[in-house]
Design a protein around this ligand. Structure first.
Ligand code: ADP
Length: 365
């Protein structure tokens, strides 16, 4: 017996995308099938850039194709699987408006109802984690009222560089980063409202030489203010992550942040519960703030729950010392952070496939 294309197609119909739970053929992810004797070549298009599910898909495809070959009495000599870039990327803006960042595939905003809940920590860890997974990542620290990136990325003694009217991003920890904290005195930015905040955000986002990026993570100021509004008008944002601590008061603020994104037409990818519990050095866990509170909030709002991160002394230390990669040297922390990154990417895939990632329409009531 020999193998033919319909047989390979039927094998691929048994392989599901782990995030979307539909088979690869139905999702249109198989872009090319070539069968010649005992050699099979496949081209598979992933649903998001640098999908962490790539290796799982590869191994499931190998198993299915080898099983089909064995059923036909064929021993496969060659099985080549090539992965290509995503089917769905950040949609471009309507024809009458130009997308100022056409080389950025997906923009993810990180927001919170109030300050101090770990929004910047999550934004930095998300950016570094996605970069560790092989993606090209940028981090835009747009928290004009309290920029953290200079400290968290260790940029205190690094100067800004410009070429012409473009700012060169800082290239650190596998990322490209830009922060308002390096451009203005945060004490002055504190009094900015409307037009000043709008201008500063626009300049940071569009006059930084980002180059080609798979993901641009935007660390927004806490609350529901001018910068989020400007962002949603200016950029095609693929989705927002809302960071919350477990306490009731934090949940109330986070709910307002969720509503703000929804009113701005930005898809909410889900909620991260930070400071979920205290992970003590002796390995014990202490429930300080009411673990699970943010998860319940996510459920009641019909939102995906992305991850819970513990209070961990190393996380605080690595943030203060500007060494975010060291978080991955703590095995339990590495597991939590990687799970968070994978969840965010999964939700982007789900939103994109469901056709929900769309250009926001401003509907403020
Ligand atoms: P926000 O951006 O919401 O204002 P930050 O990310 O700046 O909050 O975090 C505030 C402080 O809390 C920082 O010093 C940070 O290192 C610390 N922190 C945040 N999350 C954790 C955590 N899970 N464990 C330990 N320290 C944390």
């Amino acid at each position: 017996m020999t193998l033919d294309r319909p047989m390979i197609e039927s094998a691929l119909r048994t392989v599901q995308d782990p995030d979307i739970h539909k088979d690869l053929m139905t999702l249109g992810m198989v872009k090319h099938i070539a069968v010649a004797g005992d050699a099979v070549r496949l081209v598979i298009e992933l649903t998001t850039s640098a999908s962490p599910m790539k290796e799982k898909i590869r191994s499931d495809v190998e198993t299915a194709v080898h099983a089909m070959a064995a059923k036909q009495g064929v021993t496969l000599e060659v099985l080549e699987i090539e992965f290509t870039s995503p089917i769905v990327e950040t949609p471009t803006k309507p024809a009458d408006q130009s997308n100022p960042l056409p080389n950025v595939k997906q923009i993810i905003a990180v927001g919170a109802g109030k300050g101090g809940v770990g929004k910047s920590t999550v934004a930095v860890c998300l950016a570094v984690g996605l970069a560790r997974m092989g993606a090209k990542v940028g981090l835009l620290d747009a928290d004009i009222y309290g920029p953290s990136a200079p400290t968290m990325l260790g940029l205190d003694h690094v100067g800004t560089k410009a070429k012409g009217n473009m700012l060169m991003p800082f290239e650190v920890h596998g990322l490209k980063a830009m922060t308002i904290g390096k451009l203005v005195d945060p004490d002055k930015a504190l009094v900015w409202r409307g037009p000043m905040a709008h201008g500063a955000f626009k300049q940071l986002a569009t006059q930084t030489e980002w180059g080609d990026l798979d993901y641009l993570i935007i660390d927004l100021p806490p609350g529901t203010g001018d910068v989020a509004l400007t962002m949603s008008q200016l950029l095609p944002v693929a989705g927002a992550v809302v960071v919350c601590t477990p306490q009731r008061v934090a949940q109330d603020d986070a709910r307002r942040a969720v509503r703000m994104f929804q009113n701005l037409g930005v898809e909410v990818l889900g909620v991260v519960e930070n400071m979920s519990f205290f992970a003590a050095p002796d390995g014990k866990e202490y429930d300080l703030f009411g673990k699970g509170g943010a998860e319940i909030m996510a459920q009641t709002m019909g939102l995906p729950f992305l991850s819970s991160l513990p209070i961990h002394m190393d996380l605080r230390r690595n943030c203060d010392q500007g060494t975010p990669l060291k978080n991955w040297e703590v095995p339990s922390m590495a597991t939590s952070l990687d799970a968070m990154c994978q969840q965010v990417v999964s939700q982007l895939s789900i939103a994109a496939i469901a056709g929900k990632a769309h250009r926001p329409t401003l509907t403020i009531s």
